[in-house]
Ligand binder design. Structure first.
Ligand SMILES: Cc1ncc(COP(=O)(O)O)c(C=O)c1O
Length: 315
């Protein structure tokens, strides 16, 4: 296994069109509509290593693959792989690379070969996985700024689909954030309320209540966001989905960024205005702790959210 923790990431094996192949052999046509017209949808998942169990657990595999089915249906791909197909391929990919630490998995479906904007096939697919440790900001937090870019709208390039096309908007916001010296961007929708960040959703806390923009605010229906809403309920916390105004970010006692890759990142300031005391805050920390126990299979009650990768004797 090579060290693929820093870019460029090069795992030993990938899965392409259902077959495990050396990573270098997994290629697409330079005229594929997946590339020329962004006719590509994808998923990003994490798997967590539990050293005591000697097991790798994929978090919310089924939910991610069902969201991919939805994305593929919206962009109209011909006879794409099923959730059962992709489930087997994700496990095969992790096993082929013998990954035994925290990692990230990307599953893609695209129009391959050479075709028009409206080509619906031939459909290509791929699964790629690599080591990926927790982001440092999980512990330290990040400073965010509201972007001058607006979120792509539901009636133009719907954020609910996890399509590569939507990530141009994310890229522009991310580049601007970097240019102005911020760690991350918060993107407003056309109505001027908060949607999400380039690769994650947002929660604020006001008077002890967790608040996150609704699924109609121009967001990806984030699985981490949904997880946090379930967790909040199970922890007896008050949580609501409602529109969030820009200046509410400044009033918030706590603010956090969440998504598969980032997990849960405390937001320390927005637009240079300190959130709370400018340190990772208590409720965010509680959610992080609970999340960490769940994803590493230390909390039996949520075991059904995890898919083990390696076969164990007697199981
Ligand atoms: C634009 C965007 N929003 C939200 C999320 C969070 O979604 P999830 O929690 O399903 O990973 C992501 C990341 O995957 C994303 O790219």
């Amino acid at each position: 296994m090579n060290d693929n923790t820093t870019p460029p990431y090069r795992p030993d094996f990938a899965v392409q069109n259902g077959q495990v192949v050396p990573y270098a052999d997994a290629t697409v046509s330079i005229m594929a509509p997946g590339l020329t017209f962004a006719s590509t949808v994808f998923e990003g998942m994490r798997a967590y290593w539990n050293a005591e169990h000697e097991q790798l657990y994929i978090l919310h595999l089924h939910d991610h693959l069902e969201r991919l089915q939805f994305s593929m249906r919206v962009i109209e791909l011909d006879n794409p792989p099923t959730t059962a197909d992709f489930t087997a391929q994700v496990i095969a990919c992790l096993q082929a690379n013998d990954l035994r630490e925290d990692c990230y998995i990307r599953v893609q479906a695209y129009v391959d070969d050479w075709g028009e904007i409206i080509a619906t096939g031939p459909v290509g697919s791929s699964v790629v996985c690599r080591k990926r440790a927790r982001v440092e900001a999980f512990t330290t937090g990040k400073h965010f700024a509201v972007s001058s870019w607006r979120r792509n709208a539901e009636d133009a390039s719907p954020p609910r689909i996890k399509a590569t096309a939507n990530y141009l908007n994310s890229r522009l916001a991310g580049l601007e954030a970097k240019r102005i010296g911020s760690d991350g961007a918060i993107i407003l929708n056309r109505d001027g309320t908060v949607s999400e960040g380039p690769g994650g959703c947002l929660f604020i806390v006001r008077e002890g209540q967790l608040i996150t923009p609704p699924v109609t605010a121009g967001i990806l229906e984030s699985i981490t966001r949904r997880t946090l809403l379930v967790l909040a309920k199970d922890m007896g916390l008050d949580a609501v989905e409602r529109d969030v105004g820009r200046t509410e970010l400044y009033l918030a006692e706590e603010c956090l960024y969440c998504g598969t890759g980032q997990e849960i990142v405390p937001i320390l300031s927005v637009d240079g205005k300190q959130i709370g005391d400018g340190q990772p805050a208590p409720l965010t920390r509680r959610l992080q702790q609970s999340y960490d126990d769940i994803v590493r299979c230390r909390n039996e009650a949520y075991k059904s959210w995890l898919t083990p990768v390696y076969a164990k004797d007697g199981e």
